[in-house]
Design a protein around this ligand. Structure first.
Ligand code: NAP
Length: 453
């Protein structure tokens, strides 16, 4: 498995893949570890997780360097990602005992309660775009629940996958409660079929989600799917346009636009359209791509050249079908997988920019005349991950958020962010199930009802 630095175009690591026999051996070891881990005390698990959080902070420079080399994220964003992982460790180390405590229910019997028990080894199929954060938001609740974890990371970030495995070991967790397997996506189906794997969580594209759900469905194993998104941002007539444009550009450019909850479609009321467009353009045009380790760079390279080229094709096809290019929209010279901040307007049905996820620094502008039209354009997508509304009328925005937008979360006057305390997940083809918060830790447990007559 080769990791290629998307800034230099050079190989930054080669790792041997695990063959089928090795994968089965690892699964057996993890299953064996589960037998004693499941019986461990919650306070014991918390202590290991607190230590893991500390280790992340102690080694943040080394870890963030691996992220930046393997997938091109700005060094400052990689550091922030590692710190957020430490936060999720602390969060579950503190709160899991209360989330997993038994709950009494009043019935005519003398006692009835629900006890939350682990289910075994959970397989995590993870993406490269937040190569630490996506794994830690699975790892922390999974291990706290008494389950064991098996990580199949994206093929372009093997160094991240192995570093996480090493950290868990260094934090003192019992051997084999969390292991990494280096395999490609095509090998996942067989792993799901292994009887020692009890459930699967996948964060990635919608096609990968469908494939994993089908394989898990065939052997009746539970799945949680966190898939793609094309988040709509509504800019209403009474929005603070300057602030909205600043936040929209920031939400679009974070991680070079490669975020499932990136701000992707900007649906703007007619009366503020021109003002918003000018402000958004100002921010997008001033965003410079460059060396991800340079403090002044605002957009690092995309994670892989093929992903950059696919994005450019979506832009070019949309322009051929009538979209207007306002800035960016070209492939820079050189080895790095750069793509400039790009803005398209006059985006219409039938164009890739209307229907598909734009997984890079490309913003699509839509002009609407009413709130009803804004909601209808926002929901005219297969995706339903996040969304945002910019307005001074927060009461109306709450109504639009609750009853209007088809999404797993809506932020008012801010861009969408994940937070260990808040449930995270989507509807429609953005997936199902929730990560983070109380809901996340309850996904992979047996809610066992116990009744005493
Ligand atoms: P991807 O191609 O779907 O890959 C994600 C993971 O799935 C990788 O480990 C990949 O392995 C594996 N995979 C791919 N095809 C598979 C298949 N048919 N069966 C089993 N496993 C398979 O996605 P990506 O390009 O890495 O990530 C970008 C996508 O993830 C975007 O759509 C983004 O919106 C979404 N995403 C969603 C969230 C969320 O929380 N909702 C968060 C981050 C990203 P290989 O690398 O070996 O192919």
């Amino acid at each position: 498995m080769k990791a290629i630095n998307p800034f230099t175009g050079k190989i930054c690591g080669i790792y041997p893949k695990h063959n089928e026999k090795e994968v089965n051996q690892i699964i057996n070891q993890v299953d064996l570890a589960y037998k004693s881990w499941r019986a461990s005390d919650c306070s014991e698990r918390s202590a290991f997780l607190f230590r893991l959080g500390e280790l992340l902070l102690e080694k943040e420079d080394w870890l963030s360097d691996i992220i930046t080399s393997e997938m091109g994220k700005l060094k400052k964003e990689s550091l922030a990602e590692v710190r957020k992982c430490a936060w999720v460790c602390r969060y579950y180390a503190e709160h899991a005992p209360e989330f997993l405590a038994s709950e009494s229910i009043q019935t005519e019997s003398s006692q009835a309660f629900v006890s939350y028990q682990p289910i075994g080894t959970v397989l995590a199929v993870m993406p490269w775009n937040f190569p630490f954060w996506q794994v830690f938001r699975f790892l922390a609740p999974t291990l706290m629940a008494g389950n064991t974890g098996l990580l199949k990371h994206a093929s372009n970030v093997p160094g991240c996958a192995l570093a996480i495995e090493q950290l868990v070991e260094e934090a003192g967790f019992p051997e084999n409660v969390f292991r990494t397997i280096l395999v490609g996506g095509s090998e996942v189906k067989a792993i799901i079929g292994n009887t020692k794997v009890k459930a699967v969580t996948l964060t990635g594209s919608t096609p990968a989600g469908k494939s994993v759900a089908a394989a898990a469905g065939a052997v009746l194993k539970k799945t949680v799917l966190e898939l793609g998104g094309s988040d709509p941002y509504l800019i209403l007539e009474d929005a603070d346009v300057q602030e909205a444009a600043r936040l929209c550009a920031a939400g679009r450019l974070l991680n070079a636009g490669q975020s499932c909850i990136g701000a992707k479609r900007f649906i703007v009321m007619d009366s503020v359209y021109e003002a918003f467009k000018a402000e958004l353009l100002r921010h997008m045009e001033s965003a410079r791509y460059g060396n991800p380790k340079d403090e002044t760079t605002s957009i690092g390279p995309m994670a892989r050249l093929d992903l950059r080229d696919e994005l450019h094709e979506q832009v070019v096809k949309s322009i051929q079908l009538g979209a207007k290019l306002l800035c960016g929209g070209y492939i820079p010279d050189g080895e790095a997988a750069f793509y400039p901040a790009t803005v398209l307007e006059n985006v219409q049905k039938g164009m890739p920019a209307y229907h598909e996820e734009l997984f890079g620094p490309v913003a699509a502008l839509f002009r609407v005349k009413s709130h009803d039209e804004a909601i209808s354009v926002a929901n005219d997508t297969v995706f339903g991950l996040g969304g945002a509304i910019f307005t001074q009328n927060t009461e109306n925005a709450k109504l639009l958020a609750e009853k209007g937008l088809e999404a797993g979360c809506v932020f008012i006057n801010d861009f969408v962010k994940s937070d260990p305390r808040l449930p995270f997940g989507g509807v429609k083809e953005s997936g199902y199930g929730r990560e983070l918060s109380l809901l996340g830790i309850r996904e992979f447990v047996n809610a066992k009802t116990i009744v005493i007559k």
